[in-house]
Ligand binder design. Structure first.
Ligand code: CP
Length: 309
């Protein structure tokens, strides 16, 4: 049995096989419509979500399976004081696979020590969001036809943005990916991303505070929201909330084949006028999330010998 707790749980070959499977699902939806008949996915969301939870649920239904779960801690016995460990011991008797989101970093790792079925980390605090990364990799692959040799600008809240941390960890393993880290100094990536990920990976990176000055270099621009819920004070959040707003003017010097991504939800960091720009791919990105999660569910169930080849 294997879990997906962080992007590094998967080898590059396994990531590429998952992307290939997602591409096959996109082209041959009917072939997969009953592959999970009789299987159950539990979605345990102790923190709010629209895309991740609903795309997991849509993924399982489109594979012929069923879904149980909760969308907020207050409607589960966590609100009575039940621990994550006990919740997982119970739910893993009811479901074949579990996707969980939790505000505490490391909660899915604790869950993985108590479960009888595969655990998928659907986001843990400011730490990691590996299924968003698989979504992002599928999107880059579909747009660029490759996962190597390009320049990506990551812009916004790079300190608390877990999608950024997971994506850097994944892209660092590919050849020739150059990182432009665009954030106010206070919201730059945590030290461990520099010391334990970028530097050991010999990745080329720069840290800048201005989006305009680097725009012409970028092949991919990954915008992120300022993570209000992770700030210690409202005052700190207000100081940074409008740090970057991507609009049509700022795109004037961008490459014609730039790919604009955002894990969403967006607050105001991308003006709605950008939605009509053919380079804006964030809604397609959210759809890709369903396909890659279909591929992930199939793969983890097969690795656990809970699905026939
Ligand atoms: N991208 C993402 O994780 O969105 P949700 O918070 O809506 O799941």
């Amino acid at each position: 049995m294997r879990h997906l707790l962080d992007t590094t749980d998967l080898s590059l070959t396994e990531i590429e096989e998952m992307i290939s499977l997602a591409m096959d699902i996109i082209s041959n939806k009917k072939r997969y419509a009953h592959i999970c008949d009789g299987k159950k996915l539990a979605t345990l969301f102790f923190e709010p979500s629209t895309r991740t939870r609903l795309s997991f649920e849509a993924a399982m239904y489109e594979l012929g399976g069923n879904v149980i779960g909760f969308s907020e801690a207050s409607s589960s016995s966590a609100s009575k004081g039940e621990t994550v460990s006990d919740t997982i011991r119970i739910v893993s008797n009811y479901a074949d696979i579990i996707a969980m989101r939790h505000p505490l970093e490391g909660a899915p790792r604790v869950a993985a020590t108590k479960t009888l079925v595969p655990i998928i980390n659907a986001g843990d605090g400011g730490h990691a969001h590996p299924t968003q990364t698989l979504t992002d990799l599928l999107t880059i692959y579909r747009e660029k036809g490759r996962l190597d040799n390009f320049t990506i600008g990551l812009c916004g809240d790079l300190k608390f943005g877990r999608t950024v941390h997971s994506l850097i960890k994944a892209l660092c393993r590919y050849t020739g990916v150059r990182f432009v880290l665009i954030a106010p100094n206070e919201l730059q990536v945590p030290d461990y991303i520099i010391k334990d990920v970028l530097e050991p990976g010999n990745a080329e990176y720069v840290q800048v505070e201005s989006l305009e000055e680097v725009m012409p270099q970028l092949d991919v621009l990954y915008m992120t929201r300022i993570q209000r819920e992770r700030f210690f004070s409202q005052e700190e959040y207000l100081k940074h909330k409008d740090a970057f707003i991507l609009d049509a003017d700022k795109l004037e010097n961008a490459k014609q084949d730039l790919t604009i991504m955002h894990p969403l939800p967006r607050v105001n960091e991308i003006a709605t006028e950008v939605d009509d720009d053919p380079r804006a791919k964030y809604f397609e990105q959210a759809l890709n999330g369903k396909y890659i999660r279909m591929a992930l569910i199939i793969t983890l169930l097969k690795w656990g010998d809970n699905l026939e080849d």
